[in-house]
Ligand binder design. Structure first.
Ligand SMILES: Nc1ncnc2c1ncn2[C@@H]1O[C@H](COP(=O)(O)OP(=O)(O)OP(=O)(O)O)[C@@H](O)[C@H]1O
Length: 350
């Protein structure tokens, strides 16, 4: 168990690519932190610096009270779970789990106790004599987890551990990893590009963009008050509608704009927050025409073009409403559901 402190952590690769810039983060003991962002945002680089697989070119990294910048990976008391599992193909599952402990000259009965305990926890006890190639993807992922567990480290690092699994198994393993971590209460740093994985797993998530932190917060804080247009567009699916104020002003039927700060250039509205009925409550009323209805079983996505402009917006509504293409719609979003942004900086304005 340990806290982790990142102070002004930066990484400039040889050749001059600045992959991570001035990252500051205090991770509490037992916390599950998810680093999320699009490809190339620097999340793997950041994780690999914490793991000791990549040198830190600026700043200070502490695990507990120890500065670990210059410690070898093996001396940092952390265990990493990789996307490609990184199992030894010629060894049995048992030996894959035991290998790292044997290297540390741990007594045999202690190794056996830890391996059996991890195998029971991960329900892989029946496969201990098999080689990795005789396991399914999900079972291999469990063995990779087991290898981290047996070390009883101060922290777990996860590098997109579920991205090689099919969609259904990914959901199942997501739940299992989270339950396991809740039980063990081991500080964890988890990297993914999948915003849903980030939202559902994190105690707090860290949204990275271009090597810089855009926002840190609980999933609900980030979802309900995105700090920038980048975060607003990245977290939540379908993505938040981003309506230019000019379009809304020019448009005949956009009522309620005076509720927004004067400097507002862009108004964000989540597809869930547009109601298909008129309302007198404070907020924004919009009118448009249905361009396409996409039924998705329990819910539908409506693609609408606003009157007087061809600005497309998306609504998410329960069920499958009966309506024809071209139908005239009146939509209302409450004031609390309007997210004002500055177009030049992308920053939130309220
Ligand atoms: N060894 C390297 N040398 C030079 N530049 C690198 C190196 N590794 C990564 N980069 C660059 O650093 C930036 C961040 O890369 P990184 O792999 O950390 O991003 P990422 O968010 O993990 O992306 P992905 O999800 O695609 O793995 C990118 O611009 C990348 O091209």
């Amino acid at each position: 168990m340990a806290t982790m402190t990142l102070e002004n952590i930066s990484k400039t690769y040889a050749g001059g690519v600045q992959a991570v810039s001035d990252v500051n983060l205090d991770i509490k003991d037992g916390e599950f932190i998810v680093l999320v962002g699009p490809s190339g945002c620097g999340k793997s680089t950041l994780l690999r610096m914490v793991a000791g697989l990549e040198t830190i070119t600026g700043g200070t990294l502490k695990i507990g009270d120890r500065v670990v910048n210059d410690l070898e990976p093996a001396d940092r008391d952390i265990a990493m779970v990789f996307q490609n599992y990184a199992l030894y193909p010629h060894m049995t599952v048992y030996n894959n789990l035991a290998y790292g402990l044997r290297n540390r000259r741990m007594p045999k009965d202690e190794i056996d106790r830890r391996v059996q305990e991890a195998a029971a926890m991960l329900e892989i006890g029946a496969y201990l004599d098999r080689k990795p190639r005789a396991l399914s993807g999900g079972q291999r992922q469990r063995v990779a987890m087991g290898r981290a567990l047996v070390r009883e480290p101060a922290a777990f690092l996860f590098d997109e551990p579920l991205s090689n699994l099919d969609a259904k198994l990914r959901v199942q393993m997501r739940v299992e990893i989270r339950q396991l971590q809740r039980r063990l209460r081991t500080t964890s740093l988890y990297v993914t590009h999948d915003q849903l994985e980030a939202m559902t797993m994190a105690d707090r998530l860290v949204v990275l963009n271009g090597g810089v932190i855009e926002q840190v917060g609980t999933p609900m804080q980030v979802y309900s008050r995105p700090a920038s247009t980048f975060v607003a567009g990245f977290i939540g699916s379908p993505a938040m509608n981003m309506l230019p104020m000019d379009t809304l002003r020019a448009e005949r039927h956009a009522e309620g704009l005076s509720l927004l700060p004067g400097r507002t250039d862009l108004v964000g509205i989540r597809p869930d927050d547009l109601r298909l009925e008129p309302s007198d409550a404070p907020g924004l009323t919009l009118h448009g025409r249905l361009a396409l209805l996409e039924p998705a079983g329990a819910e539908s996505h409506l693609h609408v073009h606003l009157d007087g402009s061809d600005q497309p917006i998306t609504l998410r509504v329960p069920g499958v409403p009966e309506m024809a293409d071209g139908a005239m719609l009146t939509m209302h979003a409450a004031r609390e559901a309007l997210h004002p942004f500055d177009a030049a900086t992308g920053k939130r304005l309220d």
